[in-house]
Design a protein around this ligand. Structure first.
Ligand code: HEM
Length: 383
């Protein structure tokens, strides 16, 4: 029910459009900050910058209409640590999964550590909900939902008597799923794309040329431009082909015994789909390890719907990622803005290293450090 609500009410085109201003605000703040760094000739950790953009932009949408602006920055910083620890813990092989009798001993202390994360997140969410309620009693409730939290609380209030009542914990769970599922994945995708483009300057030039033609150097990128940027879209696809940020998807558990490709998968078998390997299979991809966005320009069958089994970075079927539409907007809008507003140089003495770190989420092993060099005609465009 919650999945349906998220897809129908929160992550549909109309609601996402209505929150564009909140995403735009976070993007403009980051561009201004990067411009300043560029002027000071001070290189930045690209992944950290992308993460801060994505987390601010996500939080603005989730509870930006409710939480006081001055608290948003500190909440973003707190979340950074909690999210990476949660994702790390999710990816650790847990002895209790293989020997359930040992589960109560929590031999690796994973449950204990996860409880620490959960308590910290809970405190942040309690504070957000408290502020939302204060704001409502100050301003009165005009019925208009200014963020996802307000939508979810409305659902909770409207459906107390339904068969599955929505509780405060449900509301919190949806918000946590969105923060945990949506920020690191999106950040790593943009970071891998930037690393590949810095390594392949001719591809970066091609993307910038497209942006200059469509947006112009006397203008800034808006989300409405992204449908007119086929090359930037191809970069996103090629990045997710070579670096699917959830390389084995989320574990699936068939409810019935089934036969897939001649193999019998017994009921309740924890099953991993190796998207990493499928998307690098030389039998279906030419020169699979080469980063070549052009391969997607004429390939219309490979989109993000998971219907072409050669390419399924968001999964497929009924448990496909719920955030595809949001991820598309955030990745393309951020990537287009970073490429259009700046040239990116690797400072002397730094090396570009694309080695990867595997876990439940795929990440760059060595942080990408680069100098943003402003490239627009007018400095006012960075204000
Ligand atoms: C580039 C960005 C993203 C990638 C690569 C990605 C990838 C995935 C994958 C592979 C799955 C599992 C699908 C399966 O096992 O079949 C998933 C599930 C999920 N994703 Fe994403 N995701 C991204 C962005 C987002 C965003 C922005 C949100 C937040 C709205 C989000 C929320 C979720 C949720 C809630 C699930 C669980 C859905 C369910 O179990 O029914 N994801 N994602």
């Amino acid at each position: 029910m919650l999945r349906k609500f998220c897809v129908l009410k929160l992550l549909n085109r109309k609601t996402l459009d209505s929150f564009y201003e909140l995403r735009r605000k976070a993007m403009r703040e980051r561009t201004r900050y990067l411009y300043q760094k560029g002027q000071e000739e001070s290189p930045v950790n690209v992944g950290d910058q992308i993460f801060m953009t994505v987390i601010n932009l996500t939080m603005n949408m989730l509870w930006g209409g409710s939480v006081k602006a001055e608290e948003m920055e500190s909440v973003g910083i707190k979340f950074k640590g909690i999210i990476s620890e949660t994702i790390r813990l999710l990816g650790v092989a847990n002895v209790s999964d293989f020997f359930p009798l040992l589960a109560r001993f929590d031999l690796q202390g994973l449950v204990k550590k996860m409880h620490v994360c959960a308590r910290e997140v809970d405190a942040i969410l309690d504070r957000a909900i408290e502020q939302m309620q204060e704001l409502r009693s100050e301003d009165g409730n005009d019925g208009e939902c200014k963020d996802f939290l307000q939508h979810l609380m409305k659902l909770k209030e409207q459906e107390p008597d339904s068969e599955v009542p929505v509780t405060l914990n449900h509301v919190k769970a949806v918000l946590v799923d969105m923060v945990v599922g949506g920020t690191d994945t999106t950040t790593s995708t943009i970071e891998f794309a930037m690393a590949e483009l810095i390594r392949n300057p001719e591809l970066m030039k091609r993307a910038q040329q497209e942006l200059d033609d469509v947006v112009g150097k006397d203008n800034i990128v808006e989300e409405s431009h992204i449908t007119k940027l086929p090359y930037v879209v191809a970069i996103m696809k090629e990045t997710l082909r070579l670096y699917p940020t959830v390389p084995l998807l989320v574990p699936h558990l068939p409810t019935e015994t089934s036969v897939v490709g001649g193999y019998t998968i017994p009921k309740n078998t924890k099953t991993f789909i190796n998207v990493w390997s499928i998307q690098r299979d030389p039998q279906v991809w030419d020169n699979p390890t080469e980063f070549r966005p052009e391969r997607f320009l004429d390939n219309k069958s490979c989109d993000f719907t998971g219907t072409d089994y050669r390419f399924l970075p968001f999964g497929s079927g009924r448990r496909i990622c719920v955030g595809v539409a949001l991820a598309e907007r955030v990745v393309l809008y951020t990537l287009a803005t970073l490429l259009h507003s700046f040239d990116w140089n690797i400072p002397e003495g730094q090396v570009l290293d694309l080695e990867k770190k595997f876990g439940i989420a795929l990440k760059l092993k060595t942080p990408l450090i680069a100098l943003p060099v402003p490239r627009l005609y007018n400095s006012n465009l960075y204000l």
